[in-house]
Design a protein around this ligand. Structure first.
Ligand SMILES: [Fe+2]
Length: 326
């Protein structure tokens, strides 16, 4: 995948970039704001972002109003929120597939992103007013570690760039209080345009993310914002939250999701290195955008099972809320 966008670590190109301004790797910083608690990645969640789930909650930030819907998935997110709180993170780091960057991996380094995020296909469901803080030190550290690993990376510093709905959706669903700083990573979607596409590069990005978290001494929770099976209806009912119209696209899509979730529930995560590409092939899974692979690679493919908190369909796509605690 994307060989043209990944230069070998230590090449003249990356070396020149380092010489031009990237500082040497500093010693790990002590954990901040967490007392005796250990720094590092304290949990990772598969945290899908269907705008319908935010719409169904009627938060004050979202303009459209609903009568509910998709409750089982939303109950799963309620459990995620309880568990996330218990981990007492300093920061949420999210990788989401709809901040698409064609060249390289971008990290949002804007200190206070604010604006309105709109879902382009469902603007009648998601027009969300956001205003949050970025952990700029960690964001910049991820950029630096990505470069050191040979990835093409970029720091987004332009205030006012609209934050995509997948990033906002996952962050709202995981932490509707928005009282934790955030680091947001783009999806380098050039794999969609190359025949030799693979998820290898997400391994590198995940490892770079982990090094940056450890180096800055953060307690971080990671959110990989991907749906599973991804075929969906092209019409919706008169009432979008009419659950009598909600079901899997077909049996094969549902069965593919169940096979992947069974592997997740059994563990260890290393089995997913084969299972995820197989699932993508079978179900057009949104995990092709790499968020799940980034998440597991950042945690070092821990020898554990995932805890599936909920599964449900949204306009026929499969969605699971899953926790891994390394
Ligand atoms: Fe999506």
């Amino acid at each position: 995948m994307a060989r043209v966008f990944q230069v070998p670590a230590g090449s003249s190109r990356s070396g020149a970039r380092r010489a031009a301004g990237t500082p040497a790797v500093p010693a790990p910083a002590p954990a901040r704001g967490s007392g005796e608690q250990k720094a590092g990645i304290v949990a990772g969640y598969l945290a899908p972002h269907p705008p319908h789930l935010v719409y169904a909650e009627n938060p004050p930030q979202n303009e459209p109003r609903s009568t509910g819907g998709w409750e089982v998935l939303r109950w799963g997110y309620e459990e995620l929120r309880r568990r996330l709180r218990a981990h007492r993170p300093d920061v949420l780091v999210v990788h989401a597939p709809h901040w698409i960057t064609m060249v390289g991996h971008h990290v949002n380094c804007v200190p206070n992103p604010r604006g309105i995020s709109v879902e382009p296909i469902f603007p009648h469901l998601f027009r969300y007013h956001y205003d949050f803080r970025t952990d700029v030190d960690l964001a910049e550290a991820i950029v630096e570690e990505g470069e050191r690993a040979g990835l093409v990376t970029s720091a987004l510093r332009e205030d006012g760039v609209r934050v995509d709905y997948a990033t906002i959706g996952a962050l709202h669903l995981a932490n509707p209080e928005w009282d934790l700083p955030v680091v947001s990573l783009s999806a380098n979607n050039n794999p969609y345009y190359y025949s030799d596409a693979s998820l290898t590069e997400m391994e590198t990005l995940g490892a770079a993310t982990r090094r940056a978290i450890e180096r800055t001494g953060r307690r971080a929770v990671l959110l990989g914002s991907n749906s599973l099976s991804h075929l969906h209806w092209d019409i919706e009912p008169e009432l979008p939250e009419d659950m009598s119209a909600e079901r899997p696209f077909n049996h094969a899509q549902y069965a593919g999701d169940m096979e992947l979730l069974q592997t997740i529930r059994e563990g260890p995560t290393s089995r997913l290195k084969d299972a995820v590409p197989k699932h993508i092939e079978a179900t057009s899974s949104e995990t092709k955008a790499g968020s799940l692979t980034w998440l597991l690679a950042a945690m070092g493919w821990p020898d554990i099972a995932g805890d599936v908190l909920a599964y449900g369909t949204v306009i026929a796509t499969g969605n699971a809320v899953v926790e891994w605690v390394p």
